[in-house]
Design a protein around this ligand. Sequence first.
Ligand SMILES: NC(=O)c1ccc[n+]([C@@H]2O[C@H](COP(=O)([O-])OP(=O)(O)OC[C@H]3O[C@@H](n4cnc5c(N)ncnc54)[C@H](O)[C@@H]3O)[C@@H](O)[C@H]2O)c1
Length: 292
Amino acid sequence: MKDFKGKTAFVTGGAEGIGYFIGQMLAKQGMNVMLSDIDTKMLNSAVKTLQAEGLKVQGVPLDVTLKEEWIAAAQKTVEAFGKVHMLVGNAGVGPNGAHHTIGENNWRWVLDVNVMGLVFGGEVFIPLLKAHGEGGYILNVASMAGIQGVSYAGAYCASKAAAVSISESWRSELQKDGIVVSVLCPAFVKSRIYDSMRNRQARYGGPVSFDDLVKEKPKRAFNKELVVTGIDTDIVANRVLEGLKEEEFYIFTHPHFREMIEKLNAELISAMEKAEASPALESVPRKGVIIY
Ligand SMILES: NC(=O)c1ccc[n+]([C@@H]2O[C@H](COP(=O)([O-])OP(=O)(O)OC[C@H]3O[C@@H](n4cnc5c(N)ncnc54)[C@H](O)[C@@H]3O)[C@@H](O)[C@H]2O)c1
């Protein structure tokens, strides 16, 4: 994206953390920004702070798991700013737990927020991005955990792998409409993600504070430690700006994860070499249609 000025962005989970800083960064580029969040108190305070900085920012309540709220939020955005050019699918939650402890309610919660939150956003906003013919941009926030799964976070990793895959599909589907797609894959960033359960809706079991969680399961304190020693959110926002300007598809923020990427690539290539050398696959043609 070369020209931000006067265009409009809609950001989910924008009340704090990575979403807030991406919203601020976009507004500083001259965009109109509609911040949305499930936490209306934090949202109102974020909007006030950014407006006091002279930025064109408004707020709208949105639980990304509820399609009717998406429709209302989109209407409010169009009323406020007219056309919409960018959707930032940032809202996300991160429950941890081993395969046998995480539980169905947390699986459904994390998939509804981190995956269906992107799906509903696409359903409601992609038609608006297409409508004006001026081109559009979608930035989905996944994670390094969406590139390579890690232990004790299967549900979160699955949701973030889905975010990467959805972005890959949308990239090729939407190219003809002049809509560029990027997927942000950070590792640890200082935020309150370790305390995500503060926002868990009643239908998934209701809110639990991190302090209560740790009283019950002291090992969880490690999750906070990893996050609070992560990189700063404003660094992530600056890196996102670079990525958007260059229209990078995967936007990475932690260069030392190159080691992980190289290991993963080597494992994939080695698996393909085994298939190439496999007697069982001798009769399978080496040529054919490849879809991606
Ligand atoms: N912090 C990290 O280390 C890290 C690393 C990789 C990816 N991420 C991703 O970055 C994104 C932002 O997370 P963060 O680190 O800023 O965490 P955060 O908890 O500080 O911010 C998340 C925001 O999303 C909002 N939110 C939660 N549930 C919502 C819902 N149902 N509908 C709308 N808003 C909702 C919260 O109120 C909060 O404002 C998430 O998708 C997260 O998975 C974070």
